[in-house]
Design a protein around this ligand. Structure first.
Ligand SMILES: *Cc1c(COP(=O)(O)O)cnc(C)c1O
Length: 225
């Protein structure tokens, strides 16, 4: 299957999932997850309709982005170390993986005259290998980040648990939605973005309120090892 056909199928499945729960398909943004993909593959995806790209590593983005000649929005979706923030801010429009106040402070310090859009990454599954603030610490972290200049918190992000158990996946996503609601209520802010859902679980995520899915293999095929 070509990237164009895969993308069309993903977009159809996204729309069907949204309609199943009475949501509008336009309310869910697709970010193509492009780790391990070549600039040529990424450019092809943009040519056939992808508008936003997510990369996991600063170095990889730095090596690839200059070779992509079409315009696209750039999301950092991987773990970000504080010593890479300066470079990350040159490369990306959105940082989806803020999971500590110290990282937020570093972004704020390096933002200069710009306001950087960030999402707070939450570890909704409790898996130890995952990054992200704990569910219990989420509202507090969002509140503290809101005090910083040069940062704009637009929502929350999570990676679903790696399991075949759909109930468990659904619980993680509904937890993120509940945390968003709690943060909005307790802090009096609007957090429109819920970034959740990947190739294996994006339909469940959309049913649970996702406004942004990050999809790699369903668009580009299995990742080269
Ligand atoms: C790789 C990755 C994705 C996409 O995963 P697929 O299963 O290939 O769709 C989404 N989000 C993050 C943070 C990733 O690292």
């Amino acid at each position: 299957m070509s990237i164009a056909e895969n993308l069309r199928r993903v977009q159809e499945r996204m729309a069907e999932a949204a309609l199943r729960v009475g949501r509008s398909p336009e309310d869910v943004v697709l970010v193509a997850a492009t780790k391990g993909r070549t600039p040529e593959e990424i450019e092809e995806a943009i040519r056939v309709g992808v508008e936003a790209v997510g990369e996991n590593r600063v170095q990889e983005a730095e090596a690839k982005f200059p070779y992509i000649r079409l315009p696209f929005r750039k999301h950092m979706i991987g773990h970000l170390q504080r010593n890479k923030v300066k470079k990350a801010l040159k490369l990306f429009d959105v940082i989806q993986s803020v999971d500590s106040f110290r990282l937020g402070e570093e972004i704020s310090k390096r933002a200069l005259h710009r306001t950087v859009e960030v999402l707070v990454e939450v570890n909704t599954s409790g898996e130890e290998t995952k990054f992200g603030v704990s569910p219990e610490g989420t509202v507090d972290l969002v509140g503290r980040l809101l005090e910083l200049e040069g940062i704009f918190v637009s929502g929350l992000m999570t990676i679903g648990p790696l399991t075949e158990d759909e109930g468990e996946v659904r619980r993680a996503f509904s937890l993120l939605r509940e945390l968003r609601e709690r943060a909005e209520r307790e802090l009096g802010v609007h957090l429109p973005v819920l970034s959740m859902g990947m190739s294996g679980d994006f339909e469940v995520a959309i049913e649970e309120g996702s406004t942004m899915v990050r999809i790699g293999t369903a668009i580009f095929g299995p990742r080269p090892s």
